[in-house]
Design a protein around this ligand. Structure first.
Ligand SMILES: [Zn+2]
Length: 252
């Protein structure tokens, strides 16, 4: 892991330890006062997953000059009725790129098959190598008991990389709620996304082929309002922090 100052680590710690106090101003602290640029990776099985669960958080980190990567296991080729796998992949890749541009993130795509993501030695190695090369400070991955198989595989691949890198980066899980996918999710951390809600909304609405009125406007928007009520703000995203994240190693 790249060396970051103790102060910076403490402020990352703040991200997890006092989650209910976290807002955009916190990001300002650890980027501008230390000069450290963080690397954040959000892994998702499909185009739209990172944006749905983390779009506001990604926009906030990016707005403070941190490097944010949206890593998609698939290009969502099974996701448009009446289109071939290749056609749908093309359309959804373009939508993902548009969303990343809105959030100021970099897109990375892997060659897993939509609806048929696999855990194999090869897929473990691929994601491990990617994350090792990127050397992130924070990784957000999907929740391990989402109803979608691909999400569960995404979750395990992120977790496996965390183990293999000696738990050096902070690992968080995010929720996606379209179609009742994330279940039994009791957040440990919240981020106030009110200041970037328009950016997040635009990034989700960029997935035109996926009926964003249905999953974003009608469902996800309700969830982020509800998370906002829990945090006592208008809109929030919620996360589960792995309790062995590296901030526990901060010297007293
Ligand atoms: Zn998905």
């Amino acid at each position: 892991m790249k060396s970051i100052s103790r102060r910076s680590m403490i402020e990352i710690s703040g991200l997890s330890a006092v989650g209910s106090l976290i807002g955009a101003s916190t990001f300002s602290k650890f980027s501008r006062t230390t000069g450290n640029k963080l690397k954040i990776i959000v892994i998702g099985a499909h185009p739209g997953d990172p944006e749905c669960g983390c779009g506001g958080t990604m926009a906030l980190f990016a707005s403070e000059g941190h490097e944010v990567v949206s890593a998609y296991l698939t290009r969502g080729g099974a996701g448009i009725q009446g289109k071939s796998y290749e056609e749908a992949s093309q359309i959804r890749t373009e939508e993902a790129l548009k969303a990343c541009k809105i959030l100021n993130t970099r897109a990375e795509f892997f060659a897993q098959l939509d609806g048929n993501c696999e855990i194999t030695n090869k897929s473990y190695t691929e994601i491990n190598n990617f994350i090792r090369k990127e050397n992130p400070d924070i990784v957000f991955t999907q929740w391990p008991i989402d109803s979608h198989r691909d999400h569960r595989i995404c979750s395990i691949l992120g977790y496996d990389a965390w183990i293999n890198m000696g738990k050096k980066f902070a690992l968080y899980y995010y929720e996606v709620t379209s179609g009742n996918e994330t279940q039994n999710f009791s957040p440990t951390n919240y981020i106030n996304i009110g200041s970037v809600i328009k950016q997040k909304s635009a990034s989700c609405m960029a997935h035109v082929s996926q009926d964003p009125e249905g999953w974003y406007v009608n469902i996800q928007n309700t969830i982020q309002r509800f998370r906002g009520i829990e945090l006592n703000c208008e809109y929030a995203e919620a996360f589960v922090r792995h309790n062995q994240n590296p901030e526990s190693l901060i010297p007293k």
